[in-house]
Design a protein around this ligand. Structure first.
Ligand SMILES: *[C@@H]1O[C@H](CO)[C@@H](O)[C@H](O)[C@H]1NC(C)=O
Length: 262
């Protein structure tokens, strides 16, 4: 009886101790700003930024999906095959008479690629050709740092944590046997290194990077509630978003979670 009591009373303590240490070791690896570097910036579209819809990251309608007008297309050097999708930057104009006084910065999220154009010289129009680091900003974002008449300006930029309201959002494509998920509204580092899906009748299934901010699993997941586990590319933090989608989930739908990176 005594040993039973002892085991019984000590178990919660051990559990609490383990949980405390576990949460300490995975504790909030907060992403901090990187160093400033030199690049250039141009703009595209008009003041409404309607031309920013449907970029290579797959975010679709940027207004509905929480990105607003403060977005940019990155040259392939910065885009990193889509791993830069969702990362955030402060950008300020430098060394140009077109810069606004006091070098105000715009904070943008990477939502698209600015592809190379090899029929243009890298120093004359081919601004996005490798190895150039270039931001083709939505016009409203560009207008926060310089007069748009400038066309192109030198800038200083740095990676910063993404400040997002609410939890991760998951937009579904595919079918009952192939799930393609676009991950949006990612806070912290803003990027995703690895992703897993778990149906209510499966274990964790590793998803592969498709393109942009999309991840896929070839598995039978129809009719099951779905949870997701994600690791941040930048901070390596892992989080789980439990029961994001109900058993009657559908493609074309966006499901919101309560979880997000720090
Ligand atoms: C690439 O540059 C050429 C020359 O300026 C231009 O005619 C063409 O439209 C550009 N291609 C793209 C895809 O922008």
């Amino acid at each position: 009886m005594a040993s039973f009591l002892q085991t019984w009373s000590i178990k919660p303590l051990i559990m609490a101790f383990l949980v405390m240490n576990l949460s300490k070791s995975i504790a909030v690896q907060i992403y901090r700003p990187g160093p400033w570097s030199l690049a250039h910036a141009t703009f595209y579209g008009d003041e409404s930024a309607s031309a920013t819809m449907g970029g290579a990251c797959g975010y679709g309608n940027l207004f509905n999906n929480g990105y607003g007008v403060d977005t940019a297309a990155l040259s392939s050097t910065l885009f990193k095959n889509g791993y830069a999708c969702g990362t955030c930057y402060q950008i300020k104009c430098v060394y140009s008479p077109w810069c606004y006084k006091g070098s105000p910065y715009a904070t943008i999220t990477a939502t698209n690629i600015c592809p190379p154009n090899w029929s243009q010289d890298s120093n004359n129009g081919g601004w996005c050709n490798p190895p150039r680091t270039h931001f083709d900003m939505a016009k409203p974002a560009f207008m926060k740092i310089a007069q748009w008449k400038a066309g192109i300006v030198p800038v200083m930029y740095r990676r910063v944590p993404c400040v997002k309201r609410g939890g991760l959002r998951f937009t579904f494509q595919g079918n009952g046997y192939w799930l393609l998920v676009y991950v949006m509204n990612v806070a912290g580092g803003g990027d995703v290194a690895n992703m897993w899906v778990k149906g209510s009748r499966t274990g964790w299934i590793s998803m592969s990077h498709n393109w942009g901010a999309s991840y896929q699993a070839f598995a039978t997941l129809g009719g099951q509630a779905l949870s997701f586990k994600l690791t941040s590319y930048t901070s390596r933090e892992t989080i789980i978003a439990w029961n994001v989608a109900p058993a009657n989930w559908n493609v074309g739908m966006t499901y919101k979670s309560w979880s997000n990176f720090h």
